[in-house]
Design a protein around this ligand. Sequence first.
Ligand code: B12
Length: 281
Amino acid sequence: MVYVRAKTVKGDKYLYLVKSKWDSKKNTSRQEIIKYLGKASLVKLNDVPEDYRKDPKILSFLTTHSGENIEKNQKLIDKVKKELFNGLTKGDLDRCLDIFESFEKTNTLNVFYDSVLKPIMYKIGDLWESNELSVATEHVSSNIAKELVSIITERNSILKKKNKILVCTPSGEEHNLGCNVIQSFLQSKGYTVYNISPSAPTESVLSFIDDKKPHAIFVSITLEDNIKSGQRLVSKINSEYNVPVLVGGQAVEGKDYKFDGEIIQNQLLEKIPRIIKQAMK
Ligand code: B12
């Protein structure tokens, strides 16, 4: 497998085209440098040997890391956000899928979720709150968004023997698109995800843990009204199981609530696998 790797030296990123090779003697993989591409801000597609220029992974990496492309990609993101907003508010699932498919050619799944879908859903909420968007349109949009994420998840999931993650919301919390997005991203990375959101009663969360024995648990809270039931849920899990519990979602963003678990604020999806790894140590 060939991909681009970034090394940061004194705050500057440098890119390398590398090949991953299996070393059967050491029973591990090692990386072989094919070409040093240069300082990230200066790398152009032409610096990549011709054979690898059409590789979607390499294209996508360069789109998000090379200086030449960052500005271009921001313009694309802004355009795609407008298009997807229209598709969602008009209830046009096919259009939304087309938009995703074309975006996916140059960007990764996490960029779609973090930089396109999430901000649009926040905007839809703000417009609903200020009465600029009807309740019906908000509901249509969130239903289409859910279907979109479900189709993307089905298409992108891969099966590797990675860890098992349980995703849930406390009792009372009906918002679960965030949980679906986390599931979608983690399944695309090979995790097994049990998404029992929204709003499962504590007892059924506990019996699920008993049954599936997940390696980590995500608790997602959107409404501040659900903080207390979230705190009770996390304490109950901790009193019965020795498993890391991570708490996140809009209700805990920028706040200082106390939980018996680790609070994760303001993280991009791509950081989540590392967060899981650290929590499991
Ligand atoms: C869709 C929606 C709904 C749908 C939910 C459908 C569903 N199945 O999810 C419905 C119509 C049911 C709904 C109902 C309500 N809603 Co609503 N809703 C929204 C809306 C527009 C989008 C939510 C969303 O999908 N966001 C996008 C996802 C991808 O983002 P996310 O949830 O933040 O998740 C990401 C991160 O936070 C993080 N994350 C999340 N959890 C975790 C956990 C861990 C461990 C980690 C590491 C990370 C992490 O990763 C996720 C993926 O990137 C929001 C607007 C907004 N700002 O989000 C309002 C919003 C959340 N709703 C709001 C309100 C007021 C309500 C109602 C009270 C309205 C009412 N009067 O009935 C009810 C409450 C229902 C309930 N009891 O839960 C308010 C909340 C205000 C507040 N601060 O409390 C908002 C903010 C709208 C607004 N601007 O006023 N809603």
